[in-house]
Design a protein around this ligand. Structure first.
Ligand SMILES: [Zn+2]
Ligand SMILES: [Zn+2]
Length: 285
């Protein structure tokens, strides 16, 4: 497994890459732009080149980009649909410019139209997105906890969302706090094994591209999304050990989304993850 964090933005992109390397990230997530806005902002060519060079020197990969929260792939609203299309296309173009990916986006909310209709809308939206983006750009759909009218909660729903598309362009990212909120108790090894088996027979394990490694302070199955640190969450060490020790997931990037309070905190927790990985899975290469 490769470990990293959602890196807080530093002065510019190269500084962000240096920060990530300095605390020991092997993989990272960044926002594709301002998370609360539709625009990705301008990209300076020199800044881009310096970023790519820093990432390469540090051997960090993959670098994934998280889209703004405003995007709703499943919306019945015409204006929101147009903005969401533009927003996701812009994020994928940005990823392409930075030579990174995949872009991570939430599956969306059906807003009362029902899950089936929501999934259909999201699939139609993704068709247009793939048509309008560079052929080597990729997008990963993030599972939801089930808040409100979210879609993409179960393995079955995720399968229906990704199956219409080429395997090399559309994948899945699993947020462990959202899995917990939806009802998967990953502190039970048999539950995790069952999930892996469902992924194998559903979308295929090769569709799973990353793990958002968050614990949760919400109740199991509560459909609530409350990210927590592993030392303070409900899944706890047992859940963390199960995930890191799961052979079927051991090739994936594992990204903490909750920021550490200090760089020192992140440095320590990344080092301890690498130790845990060694203990459970043997030497790291
Ligand atoms: Zn997310
Ligand atoms: Zn979440």
């Amino acid at each position: 497994m490769r470990f990293g964090i959602h890196v807080p933005k530093q002065a510019d992109l190269p500084a962000t890459a240096r920060y990530a390397a300095d605390i020991g990230c092997e993989t990272i997530q960044l926002f594709s732009g301002n998370p609360m806005s539709w625009t990705t902002g301008a990209l300076d060519a020199r800044e881009r080149d310096a970023f790519i060079a820093e990432i390469e020197t540090a051997g960090i990969g993959p670098v994934v980009l998280h889209t703004p929260y405003l995007i709703n792939l499943a919306t019945p609203d015409t204006d929101l649909r147009a903005n969401s299309l533009r927003g996701l296309v812009a994020a994928m173009v940005r990823a392409h410019e930075l030579s990174v990916g995949p872009v991570i986006v939430h599956c969306g909310n059906h807003m009362g139209a029902g899950t089936d209709e929501g999934i259909e809308r999201a699939v139609r939206m993704l068709e247009r997105v793939l048509d309008q983006t560079p052929p080597e750009s990729t997008v990963a759909l993030e599972n939801g906890a089930g808040k409100g009218t979210q879609i993409g909660l179960s393995v079955d729903e995720l399968t229906r969302l990704v199956a219409p598309f080429p395997r090399e362009r559309v994948g899945i990212v699993l947020d462990t706090a959202h899995l917990w909120g939806f009802g998967f108790d990953l502190s039970e090894k048999s539950m995790l094994d069952g999930l892996v088996a469902d992924l194998e027979s559903g979308p295929g394990l090769d569709r799973v591209w990353a793990i958002h490694g968050n614990d949760s302070s919400a109740d199991l199955g509560s459909h609530r999304d409350r990210h927590a640190l592993w030392a303070e969450g409900r899944m706890g060490r047992r859940g963390l050990r199960n995930i890191v020790g799961c052979e079927a997931l051991s090739h994936l990037p594992f990204i903490f989304e909750i920021p550490g309070e200090t760089p020192e905190f992140d440095r320590k927790r990344l080092a301890s993850m690498k130790r845990l990985d060694r203990r459970l899975n043997g030497p790291r290469n």
